[in-house]
Every structure is written in C-alpha cells, then in structure tokens.
Design a protein around this ligand. Structure first.
Ligand code: SAM
Length: 208
C-alpha cells in the first residue's frame, strides 16, 4: 500500500510515522508513506494556500484549486481520497479494516478554519472525523488514521495479535491482560490466569 499525505505542516509528521511498528512496516516495504507540503502547489510567488471565506466570518480557508492541482499529480484510478474533517464520518475499526485493503490512499489534512467545501463535494471519496471534537489541524487525525490502517496490513503485526483485539468485532473489547509479578503492592492477578486450566481461562476471558 502507498499513503500520500497532504499538509501545510510536513514537519509535524517527522517521527511518529517513522518509529515503532509503522516505521518497521515502511522499512520492510509493506507500506510506503509520503508527506507532501501543499504550499509546493501554490500558484503565486507568495505561496498562497488559503483565503478569506466568501460571505465573511473568521479564519482562513484552504483553497480548492491548490488542493486539486496537488492531488491530480499523484492520483490514479485506484486512489482513495480522504479528507480529514470534524464533520466527517466517525472513524472506527471496521472503516480501518476496509481501508487497509486499498492500494493507494491520499489523505488531506485541513488547517485554520477548514477547507473549501468543494473539496468535500468534488475531490474527496470519503470524509473522516476522528471524533466529536475539534483539533487545530488534520495532521494528528491523518496520523491516527494512518497508524490504525497500517497495523492491519498483512505482515505488519502477527495475525494472532489482531484476532481478539478490541473493536475487531462489533461491541467486543479485549479481555484484561496481566504480566509478572503475580502480586505487586497487594494487587493480585486473577487466580484463574495462573491456574493453567485453558478452558477456564478461555471462559474468564470471554466473560471479561
Ligand atoms: C480548526 S479545524 C476546522 C474546524 C471547522 N471550522 C469546524 O468547525 O468543523 C482545522 C482542520 O483540522 C482538522 N480537524 C479538526 N478536528 C478534526 C476531527 N475531529 N477529525 C478530523 N479532522 C479534524 C480538519 O482537517 C480541519 O479542516
């Protein structure tokens, strides 16, 4: 899979997506992630990427023409274009599972007051929110969506780890997990997990 992320703040992505599991997935060639600065596609010498909203109001709106030209350069027939927006469909595990099967994702991170609505209407295939709150920009949401999707790509983490994970089935949360020591400050691990009785452990895990 390839993921292209368009942002006004590429430096925000330095680190998080290059470390740990997502970093290793890139090293193994299971995913290729590229970060693009939207400003590179600004048309004027001032590198203008935003403008005041028609009708008045606070803040600046990212321009549809800049975003369109930027994306046209790399999209192909298999690309799925996703706009990160607080008004979008709330992101969840089934959406991540579906998106992890795509060949090419393009993520657009908005900023300031938001993005010209024609991006929703004519460019994006999906509009995704990571929750019912407002962040300063779409950079953290793009990282959240990327991280969630990448760990589901076959080969990135062990199949076994994904099998009984929280949200892998509707209404399902993973059972509580413990490790050594068996007792710490009087806080004990549930007896059944130390019993070696696999049927009982399985039953306890299902209940919990
Ligand atoms: C300050 S927000 C704009 C908020 C917008 N004026 C509104 O009321 O919905 C700037 C950018 O952050 C991103 N953003 C903010 N909250 C988000 C969320 N919950 N999920 C996804 N993206 C979000 C979007 O890309 C948005 O264009």
């Amino acid at each position: 899979m390839r993921i292209d992320i368009f942002t006004l703040f590429p430096e925000m992505f330095e680190g998080p997506l290059n470390k740990s599991i997502v970093g290793r997935a890139q090293e193994k060639g299971l995913v290729e992630i590229a970060i693009h600065n939207l400003r590179d596609w600004a048309k004027d010498s001032y590198k203008t990427v935003d403008d005041k909203p028609f009708g008045g109001g606070a803040g600046m709106i990212l321009k549809v023409d800049v975003i369109d030209v930027a994306i046209s350069k790399i999209k192909n027939q298999k690309s799925k274009i996703i706009l990160l927006d607080a008004g979008g469909k709330t992101f969840n595990q089934p959406m991540a599972q579906k998106l992890s099967k795509e060949k090419h994702l393009i993520l657009i991170a908005g900023h300031y007051e938001g993005v010209d609505h024609r991006v929703h209407e004519h460019i994006a295939d999906e509009v995704i929110s990571i929750g019912d709150y407002v962040l300063t920009g779409g950079e953290l949401p793009a990282m959240v969506v990327t991280d969630t999707i990448v760990r589901l790509i076959p080969g990135v983490i062990e199949e076994e780890s994904l099998k009984e994970e929280s949200h892998s089935k509707k209404g399902y949360l993973e059972y509580p997990q413990y490790t050594r020591p068996e007792e710490y400050k009087g806080w004990k691990v549930p007896e059944v997990l130390l019993s070696g009785n696999h049927a009982e452990i399985e039953k306890w895990r299902r209940q919990n």
